[in-house]
Design a protein around this ligand. Sequence first.
Ligand code: ATP
Ligand code: MG
Length: 392
Amino acid sequence: MKEIVLVKYGEMVLKGLNKKSFEDMLTKNIKRRLKRLGHFQMTSAQSTTYITPLDDDIDLDEVVERVGKVFGIAALCRACVCEKDFADITEKAIDYCGGVLGSAKTFKVAAKRSDKAFPMKSPEICAELGGVLLEKFPNLTVDVKEPEVTVTVEIRDTNAYVHAENIKGAGGLPVGSSGKALLLLSGGIDSPVAGWMMAKRGVHIAAIHYVSPPYTSDRAQLKVEQLCEKLTDWCGGIAFYCVPFTEIQEAIKDNCPEEFFTIIMRRLMMEIAQRIAEKDNCLALITGESVGQVASQTMAAIGCTDAVCRIPVLRPLVGMDKTEIIEISRKIDTFETSTLPYEDCCTVFTPRHPKVRPRLEDIEKAQNSFDFEPLIQKAVEGTEMKTFNYSK
Ligand code: ATP
Ligand code: MG
């Protein structure tokens, strides 16, 4: 039996966006994701993309697994290819959907006929096929409102398709349709989740990470690179910028009051991030901050950090609890890597008593007592870039 994969995008989403460019971007993202699995033909019609494998040995489970992580898709399913002939459609529906129909109590048949030359109209297909299935599976009754199983028949240009499953897609918008933003990626739990959430809204992600050797180790950086690689399954290709941050942190420690260390460090991180963002055409920064989580994430502290930002800072986790964030990190498979015990530059020189309600003028005064500009420039120049792509 020949099978294909059907991908449905949400109609709601299409209203606000240019439909054609949305479709093109989604198709491009799916093609990229499937490239290493073999050859496929892809056609789109009526908010559906039809993925037809052209090689014999393609693993459709793997196709579904990968496409299930492509943003912009409301639902997907495997479907059986039939002749445009009612007898063949019936036979295949019994065979292909037999498993689910055999163990269900209620069902209905839905038909879509885009080829109007097909001799039966949709209600007729539903009634006829429904009758045959009722006879074949005595366990079933019809429920048109809330059926356990919906057998869908689609009559299209060259073939008909039958399917009975519906898998929830990743939702959101196709990555790239909202432009690019730079994610401040630490090795922690939060920032990978923040990146994933913005990718879901169609944002193409680039990542920036600050390292402070010898206070932070190579393994800490490798862990962040591993997180980047995991994110590519959802986000596509990621440019990863690694910033040497040691001298700046030492300068903060030697020249600023201890209670302000963290806020000044965060302001300098933002400053560097903006310069990299500008070079790489990123329209915003993304962080994993959540109000009240730590001393540097009180509203007053966020205000002091934001004061140096000239582009928007997106904080998708801002109102979320840690348990909610952890739930997503498990779902997107970053949790285990995030909880490996390596140090982050944020934990170097942490003040014993950080200010939870810092005043901007005090912070500015403390920061202005030392000229950080040459060190900022040096850090930007010393930044190394690597690109990550799908892990498989
Ligand atoms: P996370 O779990 O993402 O590390 P966190 O709760 O540990 O977050 P902080 O350490 O205060 O919080 O960091 C807040 C945000 O600052 C992070 O979510 C991340 O966006 C950014 N950040 C922190 N450390 C780094 C780093 N070394 N490189 C890049 N960004 C960082
Ligand atoms: Mg952290």
